[in-house]
Unconditional design. Structure first.
Length: 285
């Protein structure tokens, strides 16, 4: 009973501390957004324009290779956009969280605030940008639907599209867990920043963003590659997002369960590692 009471007291204390510094978290998030677009003429409009430009470039380069003759893709530019949006958020959020302590080292050494505020504010600022990019996605979807270019006439929308926030929430939770882990590791091992750069670049090609999963195993002799891709949590989240907003179909319960469990498990591991090492971080900055 004492252990349970101690655990409850610790949780209540953590919640009260979070509420106390909640306004600081909001201010740090705003500051990160302002700094990202400082001295930029277009400002936050880049959150709309950048994913659009990336989609155009990648569609031109890879559309002829994966999009023209694939029966598994409705509209290749929109197919590409749905995967690229979630990947870009995960990539940017984890990198920003990873370097958050180094960027705020001067403040951390002088003023006490809960240290998790710094990686969290980095992730939340990226999520704001991600949410704005959704408006760009909607505009692209409408454009291809109305023009019929690249098979856009086959795009449909129904009530399943209203569930788009579920994979968005999963990837936010998953990115937070990974971000907390990386933020600690980067303080002790600076090389992790370069290693993560290579891993995220590999991840872009290992998850079906540019190509449909069905293209991998046409001959039935690459089951192990399909298995490796499917155990990646990013696959389940991207596929759930496509099921709701691109295909207008109900979620796969296997993907939903797997994505949810892995996301919250990763967050739990991240919180444990962060709480274990957070008091020692200041001595290594």
């Amino acid at each position: 009973m004492s252990a349970i009471s101690s655990g409850e007291a610790e949780i209540k204390h953590g919640v009260s501390v979070f509420k106390k510094y909640r306004n600081l978290l909001e201010e740090l998030t705003r500051k990160n957004i302002r700094l990202k677009y400082r001295n930029s003429w277009l400002g936050i409009f880049w959150s709309f324009l950048q994913p659009l430009l990336n989609m155009i470039v990648l569609s031109v380069v890879f559309g002829g290779l994966f999009g023209k003759h694939s029966k598994y893709i409705i509209c290749y530019p929109v197919f590409l956009f749905t995967g690229r949006l979630l990947y870009d958020f995960f990539n940017t959020a984890t990198k920003q969280a990873m370097t958050s302590f180094r960027r705020n080292a001067a403040i951390i050494k002088k003023v006490y605030v809960p240290k998790y505020m710094y990686p969290l504010s980095s992730i939340f600022s990226c999520f704001v940008t991600f949410s704005i990019s959704i408006l760009c996605y909607i505009s692209v979807w409408i454009f291809f639907k109305l023009t019929g270019i690249s098979g856009g006439a086959n795009l449909t929308v129904n009530w399943h599209a209203l569930l788009f926030f579920v994979p968005m929430f999963f990837i936010l939770v998953f990115s937070t867990g990974i971000g907390l882990i990386l933020s600690v590791l980067c303080v002790y091992f600076r090389d992790i920043e370069y290693i993560w750069e290579v891993l995220t670049r590999l991840l872009f090609y290992m998850v079906p963003i540019l190509y449909p999963m069905q293209n991998i195993n046409k001959d039935g002799d690459r089951d192990w590659i399909v298995y490796v891709i499917k155990i990646n949590p990013m696959y389940s989240m991207i596929e759930l997002f496509r099921q709701s907003v691109l295909y207008g179909m109900p979620f796969s319960w296997k993907l939903l369960l797997y994505g949810g469990v892995v996301s919250f498990a990763t967050l739990g591991v991240g919180m444990i590692i962060f709480n274990w090492k957070s008091d020692d971080l200041i001595y290594h900055l």
